[in-house]
Design a protein around this ligand. Structure first.
Ligand SMILES: *[C@@H]1O[C@H](CO)[C@@H](O)[C@H](O)[C@H]1NC(C)=O
Ligand SMILES: *[C@@H]1O[C@H](CO)[C@@H](O)[C@H](O)[C@H]1NC(C)=O
Ligand SMILES: *[C@@H]1O[C@H](CO)[C@@H](O)[C@H](O)[C@H]1NC(C)=O
Ligand SMILES: *[C@@H]1O[C@H](CO)[C@@H](O)[C@H](O)[C@H]1NC(C)=O
Ligand SMILES: *[C@@H]1O[C@H](CO)[C@@H](O)[C@H](O)[C@H]1NC(C)=O
Ligand SMILES: *[C@@H]1O[C@H](CO)[C@@H](O)[C@H](O)[C@H]1NC(C)=O
Ligand SMILES: *[C@@H]1O[C@H](CO)[C@@H](O)[C@H](O)[C@H]1NC(C)=O
Length: 393
């Protein structure tokens, strides 16, 4: 398994926008890391045993009693080697964590983040490698699998810091963090009294159980490893576990219709992480025609585009079923080649940001959260959308 590909989302450091893209003046804040109190005593530790951490910027004014908690993403680790590698940088150890920029959905600037800029905003750092859901310890490697304890301990810290008196709260997350926001959505809800408005947002978290170009189920195999190695089964929603095995219950398509809390799915139909790691992974075809298509949609031939259209059809089916399962759900699936659109200013909010029927992403999420309107937006298939910010690697 190619380790760098598993990290996936880190690849964004290398991104180039093919089209779109705004020149935006950065006034966002760098926010310091806070280590979880008594993390080690609670076992709320990263892969290497170091304490878990998060970043908090306080809200003010009308947002002073509202909380946005965003779970960081960054792939998974599915075996000893990949988890060992992660334990040597920030996705597996707080020793390498530093302050971070709060932008897009975390920005404190109303021009960039009109609905949530004055809320209390939190980014929870991801250092367990199992979407905040593992529990275990490997006495051979000395690695800790404590995602679930990290989740609980961070929530305890935040409740002590005033989240216990929230009027409105939103749990969000991108990529592996988007999956985590699905997994923990109802448990987040249960932290608050009934009168608190609580919802969840999964950005680029709709990882599908899909057969790749060589007939393998690469992502399912990866999830199998994550779930088994990290002891995830005990922390997966019981409603799913009673119907199917733990690996299947790590896939959002088998979870989202069973969540009671209102939830919003935001995803690109041609999710570039899934193209590279699940639909056409290197393990399926290292050197053939998919090699260049995997890196940029501009290099795909017509039969490859058709393969990707079939993937989109499955994603829209999952989205439709999800939307119909509960009136309070929201949906935005645009026909773009990207991965993670709420965490980047260019795609989150701006004149030039992606939209469906003239409605952008921040507006869609806000309209849904605040009941300004129902939001169920599914784009027409590629290449009809001219508002995309497409990624090439
Ligand atoms: C952004 O700035 C660069 C360099 O100044 C310029 O070449 C480019 O055209 C600008 N892009 C937009 C969308 O304004
Ligand atoms: C955002 O936060 C930073 C750091 O606290 C502060 O310097 C900046 O003025 C804030 N921006 C806005 C628009 O309030
Ligand atoms: C490691 O854990 C296993 C299972 O709990 C146990 O059987 C084994 O003795 C342990 N090995 C060491 C070296 O502690
Ligand atoms: C919230 O927690 C703080 C600190 O632990 C406590 O002082 C306060 O009474 C709590 N408020 C509510 C509404 O539970
Ligand atoms: C889990 O269930 C799926 C779907 O029924 C099946 O194909 C897969 O082999 C099962 N995986 C394990 C590890 O049992
Ligand atoms: C397009 O890609 C497919 C699948 O990778 C390959 O089998 C086919 O030969 C390619 N077609 C052309 C015209 O290159
Ligand atoms: C939205 O509507 C639901 C159902 O009518 C209600 O329970 C909830 O409090 C409303 N949310 C907001 C943010 O007004």
């Amino acid at each position: 398994m190619n380790f760098s590909l598993l990290i996936g989302f880190l690849g964004l450091i290398l991104i180039k926008w093919v089209d779109g893209g705004t020149n935006y003046t950065n006034t966002d804040a760098m926010v310091e890391l806070t280590l979880v109190q008594s993390a080690v005593a609670k076992g709320a530790v990263c892969l290497d045993g170091s304490p878990a951490g998060y970043h908090l910027q306080r809200g003010h004014g009308s947002g002073a009693n509202n909380w946005l908690v965003d779970l960081e993403g960054g792939g998974w680790c599915n075996d000893r080697d990949s988890c060992m590698s992660r334990s040597t940088f920030s996705l597996g150890s707080s020793k390498y964590m530093d302050k971070i920029l709060f932008s897009a959905i975390l920005s404190n600037n109303s021009d960039e983040n009109p609905d949530f800029y004055n809320w209390n905003r939190v980014r929870v750092r991801y250092c367990d490698g199992a979407s905040f859901a593992g529990e275990g310890y490997d006495n051979v490697s000395g690695l800790y699998f404590r995602g679930q304890r990290i989740w609980s301990a961070v929530m305890e810290d935040l409740m002590d810091l005033g989240m216990n008196s929230s009027q409105q709260a939103l749990l969000s997350g991108c990529s592996a963090g988007g999956l985590a926001s699905i997994l923990h959505c109802d448990s987040f809800r249960s932290l608050f009294p009934l009168q608190t408005i609580v919802k969840c947002l999964a950005d680029a978290g709709l990882f599908l159980d899909y057969v790749d170009v060589s007939g393998q189920r690469t992502l399912r195999d990866l999830y199998d490893g994550v779930v088994t190695l990290q002891g995830v089964a005990q922390n997966l929603p019981k409603r799913c576990i009673s119907r199917m095995n733990a690996t299947s219950c790590f896939f959002p398509e088998n979870l989202v219709n069973g969540i009671d809390t209102p939830i919003f799915l935001l995803n690109a139909a041609y999710d570039t992480w899934q193209i590279q790691n699940s639909i056409a992974p290197i393990s399926a075809e290292e050197d053939g025609p998919w090699k260049s298509c995997r890196l940029s949609y501009l290099n795909c031939n017509s039969s490859q585009i058709e393969f990707l259209q079939e993937f989109r059809r499955k994603m829209t089916r999952v989205g439709e079923n999800f939307y119909q399962s509960k009136a309070t759900n929201g949906l935005f699936i645009n026909s773009c080649f990207t991965h993670g659109q709420a965490v980047l200013p260019d795609t989150w909010y701006g004149d030039n940001s992606p939209s469906i029927a003239n409605k952008g992403i921040a507006q869609s999420v806000g309209d849904w959260y605040f009941n300004r309107s129902e939001v169920k937006l599914i784009d027409c298939p590629y290449p009809c959308d001219r508002t995309c910010h497409n990624l090439v690697l």
